[in-house]
Ligand binder design. Structure first.
Ligand code: ATP
Length: 362
């Protein structure tokens, strides 16, 4: 549906997009994710035509958009600030999208009702827009964008002004809405959790480039480099000493874990600024063993340094035996089970782990 072909964008001396090549499929929920200033908004705006490009091409539905102005592209954008008119009613706000539509008024009114129904605002047409909650305003903005039946809906941090509970609710509603209307959605967000929850695929951007374009599960389990690993979810990093290497994989020695061999599928790139190779693992890939539990696999002994309770789960920071004195403890997560005792800070413990949960960054 959308193809970026070696897209570059310069603002004066500043190189904001550095050779973006990617495709967004028809009907998918696609997210551009990255830290502030990485160029995700700029890239979104090149789809809409609000931003010209310095070189390369942006294609929508196979057609080069170079000479196609924003107002005739088959796209529509929903902004972070809802940009709805407070002095108009909900229905008037939604109908604003149709102001140049030559259809008779009764037909337009039907379209407005239909759009309000899609976003869960049936019966709200005559309400004053200023009297709506933040979540309701965002729905009005969505209805106004959808009423034009764009091929692509562009969403620029649409939920960031909402409180956490409303944001989580709207995330689920947006997924359902997208499935229902079948339109290609492209979302810009700096919130990795939001991207993981909502997207079919995610492009992770840093410094004007796409570092990885993948499904959420792959980004989480197999980040291509340490920067992506660090940006998505929580990952522990331990210094790794490379001992040997052959076709089977790389054998490393890790203080706290001992010696382990990892196959090529578990090897990713370190970043230029890193202080040498490292092993990464997610908090849920290791398990705290109770005193009575026998472990069949690998076991790393240590001391509990901190316990952080989150209701449904608890984080344990564990200092592994053999770790360097100044090193940060590793963070392990465990789902809480009602009635089970939580071990205390300062107690000795054992972590059960397996090489399959590790990634080597080198
Ligand atoms: P944020 O989440 O903070 O919006 P972003 O990833 O969306 O960040 P962009 O808004 O795309 O980042 O901006 C990318 C870079 O380009 C930034 O360093 C920004 O300062 C710069 N930039 C954006 N628009 C312009 C402009 N009109 N003129 C000059 N520089 C710009």
């Amino acid at each position: 549906m959308i193809a970026f072909q070696d897209v570059h964008k310069h603002y004066g001396d500043y190189h904001a997009l550095r050779g973006i090549t990617a495709t967004i499929r028809e009907g998918e929920f696609f997210s551009l994710l990255g830290p502030s200033g990485c160029g995700k908004t700029t890239l979104l705006r090149t789809i809409a035509g609000f931003e010209g490009i310095s070189s390369g091409a942006v294609l929508i539905d196979g057609k080069d958009m170079a000479d196609v102005p924003a107002n005739v592209r088959p796209t529509n954008m929903v902004f972070q600030s809802y940009a709805i008119f407070p002095h108009l009613t909900v229905a008037q706000n939604v109908a604003f999208g149709l102001r140049r539509d030559p259809r008779p008024a009764a037909e337009k009114a039907r379209a407005v009702d239909e759009a309000l129904g899609m976003v869960g605002l049936s019966g709200y047409g005559n309400r004053a827009a200023h009297a709506l909650s933040g979540g309701q305003r965002q729905r009005v903005a969505l209805a106004r964008a959808l009423i034009l039946k764009p091929k692509v809906l562009l969403l620029d941090e649409p939920l960031s002004a909402l409180d956490r509970k409303m944001r989580e609710q709207m995330q689920i509603e947006l997924i359902k809405l997208q499935r229902q209307v079948g339109i290609t959605f492209v979302l810009v967000t700096h919130d990795q959790e939001e991207a993981l929850v909502m997207s079919d695929r995610i492009a992770v951007m840093f410094d004007g480039e796409i570092a990885q374009l993948d499904e959420p599960e792959s980004l989480y389990a197999r980040p291509v480099d340490r920067r992506v690993a660090d940006f998505i979810g929580v990952m522990n990093f331990l210094p790794a000493d490379i001992r040997s290497e052959d076709a089977e994989g790389v054998t490393v020695r890790v203080a706290g874990l001992g010696e382990v061999t990892l196959p090529p599928s578990q090897i990713s790139r370190a970043m230029p600024g890193d202080s040498g190779p490292s092993i990464g693992f997610r908090p849920e890939t290791m398990t705290l063993l109770s005193d009575a539990q026998d472990a069949t696999g690998k076991v790393a002994p240590g001391v509990i340094d901190e316990v952080v309770y989150y209701g449904d789960m608890t984080y344990f920071d564990v200092r592994l035996d053999g770790m360097a004195a100044g090193a940060d403890p590793v963070r392990i997560s465990m789902r809480n089970v009602f009635g089970r005792d939580v071990p205390l800070v300062g107690t000795r413990t054992r972590l059960a782990w397996s090489p399959g949960g590790l990634v080597l960054f080198r």
